[in-house]
Every structure is written in C-alpha cells, then in structure tokens.
Design a protein around this ligand. Sequence first.
Ligand code: NDP
Length: 296
Amino acid sequence: GGAARLIDGKAIAAAIRREVKQHSEALIASHKVTPGLAVVLVGARTDSATYVKMKKKAAAEVGFHSIDKTFEESVTEEALLQCVQELNSDPSVHGILVQLPLPKHIDEAKVLESIRVEKDADGFSSENVGNMCLRGGKPPLAVPCTPAGCIELLQRSGVAVRGKECVVVGRSNIVGMPVAHMLQSMDGTVCHSKTAGLPAHVRRADIVVAAIGAAEFVKGDWIKPGAIVIDVGMNTKPADTAKGFRLCGDVDFDAASRRASAITPVPGGVGPMTIAMLLKNTLNLARHAAGLPRLP
Ligand code: NDP
C-alpha cells in the first residue's frame, strides 16, 4: 500500500496564528481595539492548567490583551457567575473562555450560558450553536474551535467536501455534532456513528472524522482507499517509553495511513488547531465589537 500524505496541523495552525496577528495589528491601528481574551480557571487539574497556560501564551504571541481569573476548587457557583458578569460588562474583554470541566458542585451549562453571546470565545452558547445549525439564519458570531479546526485542515489541504460522503464518528456537543453540521453545510453527505454496522459506514466514507475518545478504535481496513482521515482523538496507549505510554488518536494510524490519501497525525494534527481557532474567534468577536464583519 501507499503512504498517505500527512496533514500538518502544526504548520497550518502556525499560519492561522500569523494571519490572526496581522488582522489584530490592523484592528489596533484602524479602530484602537486590542482583542482581549479572559480565561477563567477553576481548581488545580494539571491538564486544565496546562491548556490555560498554552491559550494565554498563544494570545500574548498574537498581541492580544489577556485577563486571568483563577479560582479555588471550592469556589461557589454564585462567585463564578459574578465573575462572568464582570467580564461581560468589561469593554476590554472580547472573548470569555471558561476552562472545562468545572467542579461537580457547579452547573457547567448555567455558567456557560451566562457568557454574553458577543463574548462566547468557544462558540458553545445555544445561540451561536443554533445560528450555526439553522439554515438561512444569522451567521454565528463564533464557532466551536476543534470542529472549526477540522474544517480548516480540510480546506487548507485542498480537500473539497461538496458531494463527498462524510462519516463523523462521535456526536458530542464540543466536537462530533458541530463537525457534522459544518460538513453538511458544505454540501457533504453526513452519516452518523451510533448506527449498527459502523465499520460498513466508515468504509463508504470519502472523509472520516473520528471523535470518539477510544484509542485506535477505527481500524485501518475500515478506511476506503484514498479517503481523507481527520483524527480528533487524544488518547494514550501503553508503550515502551520513559513515561510508559504514548499519545494516540481514535484511528489506528499506521494501518489507516496505508489506505488513506491524507491523514492527520496525533499529536500534531487537530490538536494545535483548537487554540488557533480560539484566537480566530476572539479576533472575530473584537471585530464584531468594532462593527467589522467576521473573517471567514
Ligand atoms: P465525548 O466522550 O464527549 O464523545 C464521544 C462520542 O463518541 C459520543 O458521541 C459517543 O456516542 C461516541 N462513541 C463512543 N463510543 C462509540 C462507539 N463504540 N461507536 C460509535 N460512537 C461512539 O468525547 P469528545 O467529543 O469530547 O472527544 C472525543 C475525542 O477527541 C477524545 O479523545 C478527546 O480527547 C479528543 N478531543 C481533542 C481535542 C483537540 O484535539 N483539541 C478537543 C476535544 C476533544 P454517544 O453520543 O452515543 O455517547
């Protein structure tokens, strides 16, 4: 079998970050508006702390102003809602990001819904998701970052979606569901996952997006020769390394890359795109605040 072309998420994300930086500088020059991103972190989860650190660093690199709100694990829901209200009314803040997951005693949906739609940096609000899904309605102000990242990977690799059969495995609010809607709006035919005989569905697909959360769940022989594979999974598997494990996706990469025409690696595929799209959302929200249209 042949070897699939690698879709280099690191390089594509870097290009998007350069574009965001240029547009941000232009916005500062033309409207004296510096995009501002507020990041709310609750508790001491090391993974959340790492993500927040990466997001703040990336925001600083593109010239954004960033605001930090850090709370103890024991913070009350009321205090968190109060914090969001303050950020909602702070004109220097254009995007608000609440790092998930929140502790169990806090109603996550309630906190997310309290973010003004004009400041919904993650694109998770029901109004933005609703506008994304409704046909012929208002365009959303921001779109979910990981799904938008998957679409950018396809577009910037020259993959046309129109008329293609797409299978999205997974239908979570943050990845699978929005990816399926985006592919559908690009005139792809979307099959879904929780169907009997999943391998047969995947075998028909010209484009496969895997967002399951199960290590190497999608087997190489499920991949139609020449298909495009976008692997969102971030899993670990036992390996002979210093840490005793290594990162892997939801797709059996080695086997799939012998059949696919192009595939994203894990790490270095979808992963770097999420933060790039968060920056793009924040830029677009700042442009909206300045009365400028959203960049596509
Ligand atoms: P969730 O657990 O929220 O959703 C998993 C989805 O997969 C569900 O819709 C579930 O179906 C479906 N699923 C589970 N098992 C099967 C199966 N056997 N057959 C078909 N479908 C199945 O996960 P997320 O969407 O949040 O994340 C998915 C993966 O992507 C994870 O590995 C995560 O780490 C990674 N991820 C990576 C990001 C990045 O790269 N930046 C960002 C976000 C996530 P059902 O709805 O029926 O339960």
